[in-house]
Every structure is written in C-alpha cells, then in structure tokens.
Ligand binder design. Sequence first.
Ligand code: GLN
Length: 536
Amino acid sequence: MNQTKYIFVTGGVTSSLGKGIIAASLAKLLQARGYRTTIQKFDPYINVDPGTLNPYEHGECYVTDDGAETDLDLGHYERFLNVPTSQANNVTTGRVYLSVIEKERRGEFLGKTVQVVPHITNEIKERMQQLGRSGDYDIVITEIGGTVGDIESLPYIESVRQLIYELGENNGIVIHLTLVPYLAAAGELKTKPTQHSVKTLMESGIKADILVCRTEHELSTELRQKLALFCNVKSEAVIQSIDASTIYDVPNLMLEEGLDRVALKKLDLSEKNSPDLKQWNDFLYRLKNPKHTVNIGLVGKYVELQDSYKSILEAFIHAGSANETKINVVSIHSEYIDKDNVADKLKGLDGLLVAPGFGERGIEGKIETVRYARENNLPFMGICLGMQMAVIEYSRNILGLKDANSTEMNASTANPVINIMEEQKTITQKGGTMRLGSWKCTLEEGSLARKIYGAAQIEERHRHRYEFNGKYREALESAGLKASGVNPDTGLVEVIELESHPFFIGVQYHPEYKSTVANPHPLFVHFVKAAVAAKR
Ligand code: GLN
C-alpha cells in the first residue's frame, strides 16, 4: 500500500471525553486487523512541550525513548499498541510557532509577511504528515487536543480542512467525539450539544465522517437516526461510547459498534482479517478474574490528581493482570507522613511505592515511608525521586549521616548523597534540559534486578537532574545497600537494592513508561508478586 491514510480525531462539547482512549482503541483494532498504525497528538497550548508544566496542570509528563517530554496520551498509545512513540508523535502550538519563528529569523520566508494561514498551517500540515511519509505506517491517527470552537484549536482545524482536501477523496477522514448527556429530570438523552458541536465544525469547513458519542446510557436506534439526520452522517457512523469499567474494555466496545469497519470503509480500505485480540482478551480475563487482592501504597505529593501518576497506575493494572491479582492502589500524601504517624498511615498495606517528583515538598514523608518499608520488610519500590529518598534514608539511619540529603533540597548539605549531575551544572534553561530518554544500564550478576529482568543489559527511560553520588557508593555498599545497576558508559548508579530484605529496590529511571498490555513491566510484575507473598 503506498498511500498513507489519515484519521483525525476532534472533540466537541467538553474536554475529558477520552479522545486519547478512543484514538488508541481504534488504532488497536486497525493494528489487530494487520494495518501498521500509529497515533499522534497535536496540542493547542503554547508551551513547547509539557515538560515545564506542573502535574496539577496537565497530569503526568510522559517520556519517549528519544527523550521527548510529551502528553500523557502518548502513554496510552504505547500501552495499547506496544509500539514506541517519539518526538514526532506530539506537537504543540508552542513547538509549531517556535520553528516558524526560527525560520523567519533565518530569512527562509524571503521577505514575506509571516501569517497563521499559510505559514503556521503549512508547518502543522508538514508535521501531521511526517510519520506518514516515513513509509512505516499504513494509517496515521491524529488526535487534536482541546475542544472544537476554542480559539487555540482554530489553526489545527483549518490545517485538517486543507489537508483532507489535498489528500483527496477517501484518504483523510474526521471522527468527532462528542457528549450525549442524560438529563435526569427529563429522563432523556439529549442530542442538541452534539448538533451544535458538529455545526461548529462545519463552520470551519469540516464535515465529520463519524460521530463517537460518549454516553452514560445506551443510544436507541431512534436517537442514532436523529443524530445521523441532523449531523449529516449515516446512522452506522453514529458510534456509541458508553462508560466502561476499564479503559481496556474500549477496543472491544468499539469493535462491537463497528468503529473500525466504518473507518476502513470511509478510507476505502479492506477489512482484512477480523481483529486478532487474543492476547488482549487474555489480559482482560485475568484482570477481571483475580485470585488475590493486595493493597499498595502510592506515596507521592501530587496524589489528589490521579493523572499525575497515570503510567504508574496503568503499570499496576498490567502487573495485576499478570499476577491474577486485584490491586488497590491507595494514594497517600507524603506531606502528611511523619515519624509519629507513619505506622498508622501505612497500616494494612502490602507494598509501598515511593513516587517520582521534584522539589522539597513532602520529601521527609517519603523518607519516613522508606524507613518503614525497610524496617518492616514490606516490599518497596522507589522510582526516580523515590530511589533518591531511599539512598538518603539509608545514609541517615544506617550510615549515621544525619544531614544526608539531595542538593536539590539542600544545596549546602555536608553529605550530598544525591548530587546534581556534572553536565547539569551549567544548564540554565528549564525546558527539555534534563537527562531524558532511553539510557543503558548493566545489571550486576546475582542481583535481584538481574533476576527480575532476566537480562544483563537493559534500556530504560529517564527524566532527572540529580544522581546517586559515587563518593558514597563504597560506604553504602559495605553497609548493605548495593548499586546493582549502573550505566556502562558513565558509571551512573541506576538501581539500588537491599540484599537483606525480601523486596527493596530503587530505580533512577521510570519503568512505568515502558509497561504495556502486551509487555507488563517486569519490575512491577515482581513487585506485585512480592506484595502477594508478603500478605500470606
Ligand atoms: N527531582 C529529581 C531529579 O531531578 C527526581 C526526578 C524524578 O523523580 N523524575 O533528579
């Protein structure tokens, strides 16, 4: 097949309808039918990437192998498709403008007035086709962030309009995701918001080919016909997206509704095979029929907002299914944990995960959590800042270095067991300057980490500025805290573990970013296994 086909997913009525999950579910079905499919996200905000955004603003920042700091929807894409994404899969208005302005400064526009149309839209269209042109994909799904009608979205909507025209008949389609609210007082589902949002799209010259309607109740045939009539689509192209108990049900729900078949028909592509979802459904079966239950404490400082730790929560779902175990993740605010209440706050938990993070807030609570897990033989996993806290805890309480700290929290500590990385010292810009993306790590023979991975060489994704201070390695290792994973080129300590403990492991990288339905991350799988064992 030579012509790459494009599917654009827009959103109407309100945000948070789950465009990312619909896009990922459709991609899953197309992939399972044998089409090489990828998904990309275009976000309308002016930040160049979400790396500088507070998790409270935008949820988790997801990191790709090539070190892009991206929207958390890319995590869903990878978890569903089991194919890595890259910098090209996430574009923001900030990035688009930055590159157009840089071109202008280089004189590339030859004296022309630089405008939204055509210069910004050309840049957007180029980026929309970048992955398609690589020849690696049959179908590219592009999710447009925001809601149709927003000022910010206009250049994207205009670019979609132009591109669909340029691509020609059957090469580009639009799926519009809307809300069909239920009015309890009237006892009815209402179609008017969808009609309005389709109309708004039409005002920009785009006709939706397929409507995906989020709803809390089944859509009747009459209602589908009404939506079809008012919104210019066939009634088979009115797709119901009913609330599901897990996001991993959505591909099957979309299959039942025929979303993939309608999309293929519109793109003039054959249905190929019926989707092979065996592995996916095995995963779902284990997820829904657990044999054990464990309570895992997730100790962090952004716990009020579930999206802040999205990939960690999803990695637990994958690991739960792999262990046929229902996992209750109990979110615990590290700021409210202290020496006196730690036992009370962490009561009833079968494992503790200390979360990644930045800055001082809540770190003493994290350190107390590590101590509690260590002293009570509770399975423990520390990720990034969580690993750094484990090093500080051990230095303070076992080595007796009472003022041990990270220079991130106390720049003048006499015992900087966690220190700023050398190459970070001269960096002044904040955006995109951390140690990011995939780096190698060699695992020590005989270590727990090596056993878990079943390999000596691994590659994991990173996002940090501080590191284990090598000056303290010998003292910490002789006291029992082993550096069991190290970067082979730089010696940077990537993994620490405690031999005398049933399961105590800290990692400088983020294993959660690489956990997928097809490949649950081994660290999470073994952590959950240890929690199940600890409970017995
Ligand atoms: N703040 C720490 C650092 O920059 C940890 C980062 C993280 O947890 N992602 O090294």
